[in-house]
Design a protein around this ligand. Structure first.
Ligand code: PEP
Ligand code: MG
Length: 320
């Protein structure tokens, strides 16, 4: 299998008939970044920055975060670098952050909500990212955004950080800004948020959990609520329609993108980028390179008409 995949490492992620898809990696530590060159991707589509909190006794300060982002930029040598602000919630064990226990952590203070409730902590990260962006381009995205008011608040904090940096005469760079689409509300509110955004990324792990009201970590539910089903497919299609109408780039960073079997369908739906587990990157690239875009478009049209899971799977299996 390794030998079969080896030939794709240096190839561009492009279908047989010349349709390009950007293939990026989901990364959760600095070590992964230094090994990225071996995985054949075009950069990082999701840098899960809360990993910084997993093994430390205190919150990383601005200086150490700035260094980390600069090291990552350096290792990436100009490739895409997408940072997600810390996705913190009571579902995670973080020694340096005693979190208030909640009955429903998935529905509680998490993602951007948590960050907005702790603006000083968020500002430390925003300042570090802005300063690092002076040394290379950074895309910054926010997790668990539901509505435009949350964007107003985080953008106001970004402006505050820029003003402070100007007054302190510190250099900073402009960012590309995006959100992770993880809730049905974000899908419905997308048209009002898109004018403020440069890109969006679909977080199918949480989007599926919240659309189906099915805990993503509960093994009893996975059989009835698989990663892709007609409802999730329609949500993805709605996102793409909204984004296309406003010319905004769409990425997908959930686990779904790491399944090579689903790649032709995802390409056919019109995704511009797939951000995948590093371990699956070559498999996914092979699936992109072996796909025929015209057939992917037909597959997407058929799949969107499937009312049942079985029909949907049949469409996917028939594409060979
Ligand atoms: C997602 O929800 O799909 C996602 C990419 O974020 P995480 O898995 O870190 O929640
Ligand atoms: Mg998520």
């Amino acid at each position: 299998r390794r030998v079969r995949l080896e030939k794709y490492r240096e190839r561009a992620a492009m279908t047989k008939d010349g349709h390009e898809v950007s293939l990026l990696a989901n990364v959760g530590n600095l070590n992964d970044i230094t090994h990225l060159a071996k995985t054949g991707v075009d950069g990082i589509g999701l840098f899960r920055t809360e990993f910084m909190l997993m093994h430390c006794s205190e919150l990383p300060d601005e200086r150490s975060q700035y260094r980390l982002y600069c090291d990552a930029l350096h290792a990436l040598e100009g490739q895409v670098f997408t940072i997600r602000t810390m996705d913190i919630g009571a579902d995670k064990e973080l020694p340096c952050l005693p979190l208030t226990s909640e009955d429903n952590p998935a529905l509680g203070l998490r993602g951007l909500r948590y960050s907005l409730a702790h603006p000083e902590m968020l500002k430390t990260q925003l300042r570090a990212v802005l300063r690092a962006a002076n040394h290379g381009h950074i895309r910054l995205m926010f997790p668990m955004v539901n509505q435009v008011e949350e964007l107003d608040r985080v953008f106001a904090l970004l402006e505050e950080c820029k003003q402070e940096l100007i007054e302190e005469e510190r250099g900073f760079g402009e960012l590309s800004l995006g959100i992770v689409i993880e809730t049905p509300a974000a899908v419905m509110n997308l048209p009002s948020m898109l004018p403020m955004l440069d890109f969006v990324s679909i977080g199918t792990n949480d989007l599926t959990q919240y659309a189906m009201a099915a805990d993503r970590a509960n093994p009893q539910l996975t059989r009835d609520y698989p990663t892709l089903s007609p409802a999730i497919l329609r949500l993805i299609s709605m996102i793409l329609q909204s984004a296309r109408a406003q010319n905004v780039r769409v990425s997908l960073c959930g686990e779904l993108g790491s399944d090579p079997r689903l790649v032709p369908l995802l390409i056919g739906l019109g995704l511009d980028e797939l951000s995948v587990n590093t371990g699956m990157a070559l498999e996914v690239k092979a699936a992109i390179c072996e796909a025929d875009y015209q057939r992917c478009l037909l597959l997407a049209g058929q799949a969107l008409m499937a009312d049942r899971l079985e029909q949907l799977n049949q469409c996917i299996t028939n594409y060979k």
